[in-house]
Ligand binder design. Structure first.
Ligand code: ATP
Length: 199
């Protein structure tokens, strides 16, 4: 699987639409301090569904929308699109090219899309589960993560190996199923109570 391109508009310092095409080999983003290099990584993290403003180095979600400059007015919406070439069918979809998108408005509303079709954040999470790609996966490594891995805080190493080994999705469905079982048990208890009252 390859990253093909990243399109950013209205996100942080990107008032104008910027398209980054990732050709073969390594792509390096260079620029002076404060020119927006880390904002590119934030954009990737954000479109993958990042919900934590802290991880996006922002105080609140509004702040990820272009705030304007002396000569430009702030924008009302941020949007980011990330396109993958699904050449090895790692993504569970028949499409060979997959574009995920996210929009966020100052009103607080937001939406996600998959190949142009509106979708839920859950769909984006399911698509990338166990691929190593995700807002909190090992595909995006920042300095803080290296510290976490070395110190093994909150079982960070185990979580990383589980994601790489492809068992995170089973753990997630086990957790969901156990919750359903618990809810069903509670419903059954309620039915018993009602039957007892009726009898
Ligand atoms: P360094 O090399 O120092 O880490 P950098 O190139 O990684 O810098 P970033 O941290 O990506 O730079 O970008 C910081 C810039 O982004 C600052 O100039 C900041 O004003 C700008 N910025 C952040 N959020 C917004 C926003 N919502 N609207 C406009 N500009 C923003």
């Amino acid at each position: 699987m390859l990253l093909k391109k990243l399109e950013i508009k209205g996100f942080k310092s990107f008032g104008d639409k910027v398209t980054l095409n990732f050709d073969k080999g390594i792509t390096a983003v260079v620029g002076p301090n404060g020119s927006g290099k880390s904002n590119v990584v934030d954009a990737i993290r954000w479109v993958l569904g990042e919900q934590s403003t802290k991880a996006l180095r922002s105080e609140k979600m509004d702040n990820i929308i272009f705030n304007g400059t002396k000569s430009r007015r702030p924008l009302q919406m941020a949007e980011v699109y990330l396109t993958f070439i699904n050449n090895k069918n790692l993504l569970p979809t028949e499409y060979t090219e997959v574009t995920i998108g996210r929009r966020f408005y100052r009103s607080g509303e937001g939406e996600y899309s998959l190949n142009g079709v509106p979708c839920r954040l859950k769909d984006i999470h399911s698509l990338f589960l166990d691929t190593g790609i995700g807002s909190d996966s090992y595909a995006i490594i920042e300095l803080k993560m290296i510290d976490e891995l070395l110190n093994d805080t909150q079982n960070a190493r185990r979580t990383l190996f589980e994601e790489a080994a492809g068992i995170s999705k089973f753990k997630k469905s086990k957790k969901e199923t156990l919750k359903k079982l618990k809810d069903t048990d509670a419903d059954l208890e309620r039915v018993d109570d009602l039957l007892f009252e009726v009898e």
